[in-house]
Unconditional design. Structure first.
Length: 169
């Protein structure tokens, strides 16, 4: 796979496990570190930035570790995972290293999943996800039914999604 395709491929499916990475100290000598604002996907974000900084990855075809996923792992939380992982995709909106059409669709899909799963029992969480989604694409037609359901539950006001309001954020 060409190095230019790796960042988008990583956002599609993170195929690099942090435990399997071996890197020279020069990769991190200029202060390249995990982004502390990310709770999920910080390893993926670091890999993308390493590639953006011009380091070329090499891959081993054979398995070099075993990975055990347990019920209490972060990725097992069906709401928290897409909610937090969308932040990684949002970080790369406008960055030419990642395919922008895919990046927008990823953000929309992840945040729409959060809204679908939370609009009944956690409407405030659904509203927060939908507000983030509409900042990326106010015309996301699949999200509008959930927006109407969510904003009708409770007394929250519909956010201002006008171009002027979005430009201020």
């Amino acid at each position: 796979m060409p190095a230019a395709e790796i960042p988008t491929s990583l956002l599609r499916h993170n195929f690099i496990l942090t435990s399997s990475i071996v890197a020279r100290a020069t990769v991190f000598s200029d202060g390249l570190r995990f982004d502390p604002s990310l709770r999920i996907g910080e390893d993926l974000d670091l890999c993308i930035r390493v590639i953006r900084d011009g380091f070329k990855p090499a891959f081993e075809r054979r398995a070099t570790l075993n990975y055990r996923k347990h019920p209490t792992s972060t990725t097992a939380d069906s709401v928290r995972f897409p909610e937090e992982f969308a932040k990684v995709a949002e970080k790369y909106l406008g960055d030419p290293i990642v395919d922008q059409i895919f990046c927008r669709r990823a953000v929309e899909g992840l945040l729409l999943d959060v809204a679908r799963m939370t609009w009944r029992h956690e409407p405030a969480r659904a509203r927060a996800a939908l507000t983030r989604l509409f900042r990326v694409n106010p015309w996301a037609l699949r999200a509008w039914p959930y927006a109407m359901l969510t904003w009708s539950r409770g007394r929250a006001s519909i956010p201002d999604l006008s171009p002027d309001a979005l430009a201020l954020q």
